[in-house]
Each structure stands twice: as structure tokens, then as C-alpha cells.
Design a protein around this ligand. Structure first.
Ligand SMILES: C[C@H](CCC[C@@H](C)[C@H]1CC[C@H]2[C@@H]3[C@H](O)C[C@@H]4C[C@H](O)CC[C@]4(C)[C@H]3C[C@H](O)[C@]12C)C(=O)SCCNC(=O)CCNC(=O)[C@H](O)C(C)(C)COP(=O)(O)OP(=O)(O)OC[C@H]1O[C@@H](n2cnc3c(N)ncnc32)[C@H](O)[C@@H]1OP(=O)(O)O
Length: 428
């Protein structure tokens, strides 16, 4: 996974010099085309989404993540930014290009249509009706490119009484039912960052929908509209919560069940150096190893599943964990099946021996650490771009050229303020 700079250049070169043929691997269902694509490269692997062209309209967090996933796995992702904006809030722009385009102007709308005609996917993160108002709704775009996959990533979906309402992760999580289950005993519901709705139920689910639609298109030859609601995506990710109710897993109030921090053997504990250990010793054989590691005698303790004794058992665990540092406890439990691990910070993950051995995190050219794309595909793994993120409008000129705009047309768009170019800033 340690990609050298030359490898990244190779990745870029392949995508930019052979777009038509590479596109065909997704567009054309015939296997022969795929072989032709493979032969182009000769050695090594072609990423799973190589040749897929994505137009991502700039959004806040979920759509940028969706675009980054597609880019990591080989798609060419062009982010459409607004003009007259100095700085992007997209921190998930890895491998993307940026074009700055004024969509409030009909000429800007015409440019976007032209980009979408030659693309496989358009990803839009706006409130219901915004795209239609600009003349860029699915009817407008699919009419011109029936193979287009039109992905709409919103909080509440394209229908229903909330469809047009503003909202953020916490609202979608609340509406999914899941937020009611999150939080400690006797405390109010607690949103685990904006992970569940924005990213798992939103960006990731939308990327999954896009990949499904691309797969389906390779058989039908047709595009389609994806209505990705973060409420529904989050709920779907949480299907287990509904499906496992029959097991009695959630019979107690919030924070008092097996997996919601109710059980003392499924919780975190503070260590003597102010760090934490995570304990997930559910099964009896693993629980026994936890007890052994803590230096406790089972005979002195209540039985593991005696719910009424959990508060007392928790107090014992709190007291014992506080006697050693995180490093000491890690050493005690390392190599056992006690299901006890250190709670690592974002800064610590890179150097943990397990993560290090797998290359689970990597540094980009700016020295910034981030998780490597998951999952790992054996023949065609993702190759995340290591260069810095694009400036707004950095690729305006090159994208327009690539999509067949003449130099004169580009100059007119620039002088009319329909597009903006920031190549100079990129060179600084
Ligand atoms: C919890 C998360 C959100 C976390 C994000 C944070 C990380 C960031 C949020 C705020 C940022 C800070 C802030 O920006 C201030 C600083 C700026 C500075 O540059 C950096 C530091 C900042 C402190 C900055 C730091 C961080 O980046 C932030 C803290 C979430 O939950 S995200 C999920 C949100 N929900 C959705 O995505 C669901 C679908 N979308 C919506 O419901 C709406 O879009 C939304 C999000 C409610 C916003 O509604 P809004 O009214 O603003 O927009 P829309 O109705 O969708 O309409 C879009 C309009 O934009 C026009 N438009 C679009 N593209 C173009 C273009 N290229 N040219 C011209 N115009 C364009 C479009 O026509 C619409 O116009 P109209 O309003 O006239 O129809």
C-alpha cells in the first residue's frame, strides 16, 4: 500500500490519456473490452472503478466522502465548486479535480450539462428541488445522457413531508430511530460524532448505490436515479437493532443493555495514566480470559450475565484498570483472547504494530495521516492519491479541455465569470 510518487503518476496518466477506452470497461458489458483495458496497462492492476467519470457537486461532508471513496477506487472525480469562493470546506477531496462554475448563470448550467453528457455519474448533495430549479434535474440530464447515474444524497430523501427541510447528521440519526438507543444509562441520547448518518448511512451507502447502478448498467445499458436518504441509510446500517430485538438484546433502558455500555465487560476503562482500554469480552471463554488478565478470581465475582450485579462488577473493573498504565494493560492482554485493546488516538494509530504491519494508515505528501481505503481488494486494490487536495478551480481549464471545449470557448467562459481558474495558486 506504500504507493510511490511514480505510481501515482502512472495512475493519473492512465486515466487521462485513455479515458474513452477505459470508460468502455464500465459502459460496455462485453468482456473483450475489459481485456483490452487490462492490456493497456500491461502489468499491475487496474482499480475497480477505473474509467468511471463522476461529477460531484460540492457539498458539506457526506457527498465529499462518497466522492472520495469513488476516487480512491479509481474513478475520475471532478468536484464542481462555486465561483467567488476562496476556500473549500471539502476535506475529503483526495484524488479529485476541481472546476469552479457559476450555476446561477444559464451558461454555467450549459457547461455542467455538457460535462454530465460525457460522464457516468453525477452526485448532488442539495436540498430537494435545487437541481430542478437550475434546470439540472434528472429529467434534464437523463434526457441527454440516458446512461447517466444520477445520485441524490439528502437527509430525508426526495419525497415525504421532510424532504425539503434543512438538517444535519444528528437530525437524520434521530429520525432513523437509532439515536434513541445511543447514550449511557440515565443520560440523554448522544450522537457518536457525525459518523452514522453522514458517513455510514450517507456517503458510504450512496457510493454503494452508485456501484450497484454501474453494475446494473453494464447489463441494461441504462442509467437511473439514486435516492439516498441518510435517515434510511443510517437505519439500514442499523438493521441489526430491529432484527435483534427478538433476542432480548434491547429489553432494558438505554445504556443498560449488553452492547450499549450496560454490561461491564463491554465498556471502556480509565488507566492509571489517564488513557483508556476497550473491553469487549462477551462470550464466556473470552470473559474468563479478561478475569484472568485482570488478576481476579472468578469465585469472588458474581456470574457474568447477572444483570443486577453489573454495577458492582463494573466498580471492580474500574478499580483494577486504574492500577496500571495503558501500555501495561496492553502488554497483559496482547496475544490473549480477552478482547481487550487500547483506545488509540488518531495520532497513535499509525505507529501501532498491528496497523503498521498492515499499512492500515498512510501519510500523504503533506505528511497528513489518514486511513487507507477499505476493504482491500486482492487484484485491484484502491490506490489513494498522495498529492495535496485541489484548490477551488485548479483544474477548470484542463477539465474543460478534456471535455471538448475549444480554447476560445474557455476564454469566453473565463472572461464572463461563468468559470474561474486557479492554476496560478496551485503553482505557488
Ligand atoms: C454535521 C455535518 C456538517 C458538518 C460540516 C462542517 C464540517 C462544516 C459546516 C459549516 C462549516 C464552517 C462554515 O462554512 C464557516 C467556515 C467557512 C470557512 O471556509 C472554513 C471554516 C468554517 C468554520 C467551516 C468549517 C467546516 O467546514 C463547517 C463547520 C452534516 O450533517 S452535513 C449533512 C448536511 N445535510 C445534507 O447534506 C442533506 C442535503 N442537503 C441539504 O439539506 C442542504 O443542502 C443543507 C445542507 C441543509 C444546506 O442548505 P442550503 O440552504 O445552504 O443549500 P441548498 O438548499 O441545498 O441549496 C444550495 C444552493 O447553492 C446553490 N449552488 C450550488 N452550487 C452552486 C454553484 N456552483 N454556483 C452557484 N450556486 C450554486 C444552489 O443553486 C442553491 O441555491 P438556492 O439556495 O438559491 O436554491
Amino acid at each position: 500500500m506504500n504507493m510511490k510518487p511514480q505510481e501515482h503518476q502512472k495512475r493519473t496518466r492512465i486515466k487521462t490519456t485513455t479515458p474513452t477506452i477505459l470508460c468502455a470497461c464500465v459502459i460496455n458489458p462485453r468482456r473483450a473490452v475489459w481485456h483490452e483495458v487490462q492490456n493497456l496497462k500491461g502489468t499491475g492492476s487496474i482499480m475497480a472503478l477505473a474509467g468511471v467519470r463522476v461529477i460531484e457537486l460540492a457539498g458539506l461532508a457526506p457527498a465529499p466522502f462518497c466522492g472520495m471513496i469513488l476516487s480512491d477506487f479509481g474513478a475520475k472525480v471532478i468536484r464542481v465548486d462555486r465561483t467567488k469562493v476562496a476556500m473549500t470546506v471539502d476535506t475529503q477531496a483526495r484524488g479529485k479535480q476541481s472546476i469552479a462554475l457559476n450555476l446561477k448563470n444559464p451558461k454555467g448550467v450549459a457547461v455542467l450539462k455538457r460535462l454530465c453528457v460525457q460522464s457516468d455519474v453525477v452526485l448532488e448533495p442539495y436540498r430537494k428541488g435545487v437541481m430542478e430549479k437550475m434546470g439540472l434535474g434528472p429529467d434534464d440530464l437523463l434526457k441527454e445522457n440516458p446512461r447517466l447515474i444520477y445520485a441524490r444524497l439528502t437527509g430525508y430523501g426526495q419525497s415525504g413531508s421532510y424532504a425539503k427541510a434543512a438538517g444535519h447528521d444528528i437530525n437524520y440519526l434521530a429520525m432513523s430511530g437509532l439515536l434513541s438507543m445511543l447514550g449511557r444509562s440515565s443520560e440523554k441520547p448522544y450522537a457518536p460524532l457525525n459518523l452514522v448518518a453522514d458517513f455510514a448511512g450517507g456517503g458510504l451507502m450512496c457510493a454503494f448505490g452508485i456501484v450497484l447502478a454501474l453494475l446494473e448498467r453494464s447489463m441494461s445499458g441504462q442509467g437511473q436515479i439514486i435516492d439516498a436518504s441518510m435517515v434510511e441509510g443510517a437505519a439500514y446500517v442499523g438493521s441489526f437493532m430491529w432484527k435483534s430485538r427478538s433476542l432480548g438484546l434491547w429489553n432494558h433502558p438505554r445504556g443498560e443493555n449488553l452492547l450499549d455500555s450496560g454490561a461491564p465487560f463491554y465498556d471502556t476503562y480509565r488507566t492509571s495514566d489517564g488513557k483508556y482500554m476497550a473491553v469487549g469480552a462477551i462470550e464466556p471463554q473470552f470473559y474468563q480470559q479478561l478475569i484472568r488478565g485482570l488478576g481476579l478470581d472468578d469465585a469472588d465475582l458474581p456470574t457474568q450475565m447477572s444483570v443486577s450485579d453489573w454495577p458492582q462488577l463494573r466498580e471492580t473493573f474500574i478499580r483494577v484498570f486504574a492500577t496500571k498504565t495503558q501500555a501495561e494493560w496492553s502488554q497483559v492482554f496482547n496475544g490473549t483472547d480477552a478482547c481487550v485493546t487500547p483506545v488509540l488516538s488518531l495520532d497513535e494509530v499509525l505507529s501501532h504494530p498491528h496497523n503498521k504491519a498492515r499499512g492500515s494508515f498512510f501519510k500523504d505528501s503533506q505528511g497528513e495521516v489518514s486511513p487507507r481505503p477499505a476493504p482491500v481488494l486482492s487484484r485491484s486494490p484502491a490506490e489513494p492519491c498522495r498529492s495535496r487536495d485541489p484548490f477551488i478551480g485548479e483544474h477548470t481549464r484542463s477539465v474543460l479541455k478534456e471535455y471538448g471545449f475549444e480554447q476560445g470557448q474557455i476564454d469566453q467562459l473565463l472572461s464572463g465569470g461563468i468559470v474561474e481558474c486557479n492554476e496560478a495558486k496551485a503553482r505557488l
